[in-house]
Design a protein around this ligand. Structure first.
Ligand SMILES: C[S@@+](CC[C@H](N)C(=O)[O-])C[C@H]1O[C@@H](n2cnc3c(N)ncnc32)[C@H](O)[C@@H]1O
Length: 357
């Protein structure tokens, strides 16, 4: 029998303890996010469980158990002398709505939302196939909310300027298509910022198209329209100057067809701007990626499975730069530049053209 390295066993036991505690804490952070406990605590000085429960309008016994979880998880500080709890402002900066895109409670909240499809995913491990988009209403809404907050802060000021000359061309007026536009957050922002350009969004979830259209109307935008369409069936030629795909291609059932459709729909000098997950296509190069286990999990339980549910390729969230470049080249993009937004560890921005510069 192989002799076990007991020191290694001990180290792994510590690691497993951390993992199990982290999983449990993710559930309780998610409860804090849903109940508004972090918001209530961020506004108050050190307080008793009774005061915190009353401020949040919640049951004291549950709140006290939650607080003690947060104390032992080193998220909230406790004073035994006064029997009071406080959320340090440095922690509130990463756990409250005021934190905007830095709110990591949103990421913790996605763990129980993904767990809702766990039994279906287990079935897919046994029999293959996938779980469809319509099984993920809350997870998708959460992700759309997160992307909306990020876009509000970065789209016009940092993302669009990654392409030299693009802000100026959008100001002059060009034809723009966004594929897989979801609830239309990015396109509605762009339509407002660049009134001389014409924007169209395609999306195959009708609820998202309705939400995007309602928002455009409420903003009074008349230069944007949203269409219920499967982008694998997009059949237009030389129609757009700019095509956007934000967080969309790795989910696709048929990414190669979609990328070819995109190349075809672009005018000869047109530009394809693709935001996708920052990762290597080779797992051993993702060991130092700070969110790799989270992203591979999200892939297994959402991005990859929605593709496989449609008999798709199942690229997965972590398809990475090498595969992205291969698929872009296969679709006919000969000139591909990769850019990053400072401070964004999640996304790669590919700027792709059919011709050479
Ligand atoms: C991860 S979401 C990203 C949404 C949005 N672009 C954003 O950044 O918030 C991917 C979107 O692509 C849509 N989608 C996936 N495959 C599609 C297809 N073949 N045709 C149209 N929309 C598709 C999904 O419904 C979903 O809204």
């Amino acid at each position: 029998m192989t002799q076990l390295d007991q020191e290694k066993v001990g180290r792994f036991a510590e690691r497993m303890t951390d993992i199990v505690n982290g999983g449990a804490l993710s559930l309780m952070i998610s409860i804090g996010y849903e109940t508004g406990l972090f918001e209530a605590m961020a506004k108050s000085a050190p307080a008793s469980s009774e005061k915190i429960a009353s401020d949040a309008g919640l049951n004291e016994r549950y709140v006290r158990e939650w607080l003690d979880t947060m104390v032992t998880g080193r998220i909230i500080d406790y004073s035994p002398e006064s029997g009071t709890y406080v959320l340090p402002p440095e922690h509130a900066a990463l756990l409250t709505l005021a934190s905007g895109p830095d709110n990591m409670a949103v990421l913790a909240h996605s763990v129980p939302l993904l767990a809702r499809v766990q039994q279906d995913i287990v079935e897919c491990f046994r029999k293959g196939g996938g779980v469809c988009y319509d099984q993920f209403p809350e997870f998708m809404a959460l992700w759309a909310e997160l992307n909306e907050k990020i876009f509000e802060q970065t789209l016009i000021s940092k993302v669009i300027p990654l392409v030299p000359g693009l802000p100026e061309r959008l100001t002059e007026g060009i034809d723009v298509l966004e594929i897989g536009c979801g609830e239309g957050h990015s396109l509605n922002l762009l339509a407002g910022a660049y009134p001389s350009s014409r924007f169209r969004g395609c999306e195959f979830r009708s609820t998202a198209v309705e939400e995007a259209t309602t928002k455009a109307k409420s903003l009074g935008s008349n230069n944007v329209e949203f269409e219920h369409k499967d982008i694998s069936k997009l059949n237009e030629s030389s129609a757009y100057d700019l095509i956007l795909a934000f967080d969309v291609i790795h989910d696709q059932a048929h990414p190669r067809i979609v990328l070819k459709n995109v190349a075809n729909a672009l005018r000869p000098e047109g530009l394809f701007f693709m935001m996708d997950v920052q990762a290597s296509s080779d797992v051993h190069e993702n060991l130092e990626h700070p969110m790799a286990p989270f992203l591979y999990t999200t892939s297994t339980m959402h991005c990859m499975t929605v593709s496989l549910a449609l008999d798709g390729e199942g690229l997965g969230t972590m398809w990475g730069e090498r595969q992205a470049r291969e698929l872009l080249a296969e679709a006919g993009f000969r000139d591909v530049t990769l850019k990053h937004v400072e401070g964004d560890i999640f996304n790669n921005f590919y700027i792709a053209r059919k011709g050479e510069i």
